[in-house]
Design a protein around this ligand. Structure first.
Ligand code: KG4
Ligand code: ZN
Length: 359
């Protein structure tokens, strides 16, 4: 079965063709960085307009060379939330129009499921990707979300902990803005951090207590703002690299420590790290080292699968579609994640109370 995935939840217009075993046949991502760059962050109105312009050419490119073109697909999957409503509507309406006119099944996908199941994608360009065995712990770390999940099955995903304020990607983006490094901040800080001393500036380690698995990154952002206020924006590549390395170290250490603590508490020995921030080289290297020390098996998708893409959306829907399921074409979009509430397990679609976190 060949599934056309469509993703337009934020600032990337994406389409991909994926088989139901996760093989990525085509994958197209049109980034809006040039549109939002001058504003230092995403402007929702501009994002919706850019999606309108890009969506049809992006889908056409994803189907280029595919036998039968649009008629060669078996099903469609589209992100229905969480995300920017104006952006989501573009992808969802195109997906519905295609599903209706082609009479193909359509499934609406939670973007976070897309990130979580990106680990099952097989990209011929990346060689054979090892996949985890359920149950496992998953750290989803992106621009909008930072959370730990326990994944027991495709339908049984429990939120264990999440950020109390900013997401890690948001912290990177805000830091880059303060350091006048442009948008998005993650990739540029990642690059600079590799050249700096991670112990040059003593930023506070947030939520350092082992009592809680929750994250918090707004205090770190404030500490950086104070540093810039008192010392000014670092002048020259080395001082700038030192600040970036010190800032990144705190985020990476926090993410790795909490992930390992989650594995310990859940009694699990497999960890998946996914989402845009999982493209960070510092995080990938530190997580690998720490997991090797603890005998935990680590699975991190290649960077191209970590940042927003439509292949992961097709992947997240593939099992349902292969099982003959489809959504009614009247489904709505949602801006916030309605499915995962703190301290609750989702089992077979029902929410079950879970013991609240000690912190
Ligand atoms: O998953 P994603 O593409 O979109 C969301 O669902 O949010 O994540 C985007 C976030 C941005 O905040 C971006 O700065 C961050 O991921 N990011 C990185 C790196 N690449 C992207 N953060 C740290 N290091 C990177 N190499
Ligand atoms: Zn995302």
């Amino acid at each position: 079965m060949r599934v056309l995935g469509i993703e337009s939840s934020c600032d990337e217009t994406a389409a991909a063709l994926v088989t139901d075993d996760g093989t990525v046949l085509t994958d197209v991502v049109a980034s809006q960085i040039a549109t939002h760059g001058p504003y230092g962050g995403i402007v929702p109105e501009l994002a919706s307009r850019a999606h309108m312009q890009a969506i049809v050419p992006v889908i056409q490119r994803a189907l280029r060379g595919v036998e039968g073109g649009l008629h060669g697909i078996d099903a469609i999957a589209v992100t229905r939330g969480p995300g920017l409503v104006g952006s989501l509507l573009v992808g969802v309406q195109v997906a519905k129009a295609l599903a209706w006119s082609l009479d193909k099944p359509l499934v609406g996908v939670n973007h976070l499921d897309g990130h979580l199941f990106a680990v099952y994608l097989q990209r011929p360009t990346e060689g054979k990707q090892p996949v985890p065995t359920m149950p496992y712990v998953a750290l989803l770390v992106s621009g909008g979300h930072t959370a730990l999940y326990r994944v027991d099955s495709f339908d049984d995903i429990a939120l264990i902990a999440q950020t109390r304020d900013d997401a890690a990607g948001e912290a990177f983006d805000k830091a880059a803005k303060l350091l006048e490094l442009g948008y998005p901040g993650g990739p540029v800080i990642d690059k600079l951090a590799a050249l700096g001393d991670p112990h040059a500036v003593a930023f506070p380690m947030p939520m350092a207590s082992r009592k809680t698995l929750d994250f918090s990154f707004s205090g770190l952002k404030t500490a950086l703002a104070r540093h810039v206020q008192t010392q000014g924006v670092p002048d020259g590549e080395k001082p700038l690299a030192d600040v970036c390395a010190s800032f990144q170290r705190v985020i990476v250490e926090t993410l790795v420590r909490k992930s390992l603590l989650a594995c310990e508490r859940e009694g699990l020995r497999e960890l998946v790290i996914t989402g845009g921030v999982a493209a960070n080289r510092g995080l990938r290297a530190r997580a690998k080292e720490a997991c090797e020390q603890r005998g935990i098996q680590l699975f991190v998708p290649p960077p191209i699968s970590c940042t927003d893409n439509a292949a992961m959306i097709a992947m997240a829907a593939a099992r349902r579609l292969a099982g003959g399921q489809r959504d009614d074409l009247s489904f709505a979009v949602y801006s916030r994640d309605p499915e995962r509430k703190r301290g609750k397990f989702r089992r077979d679609g029902t929410l079950v109370e879970r013991k609240p976190d000690a912190g």
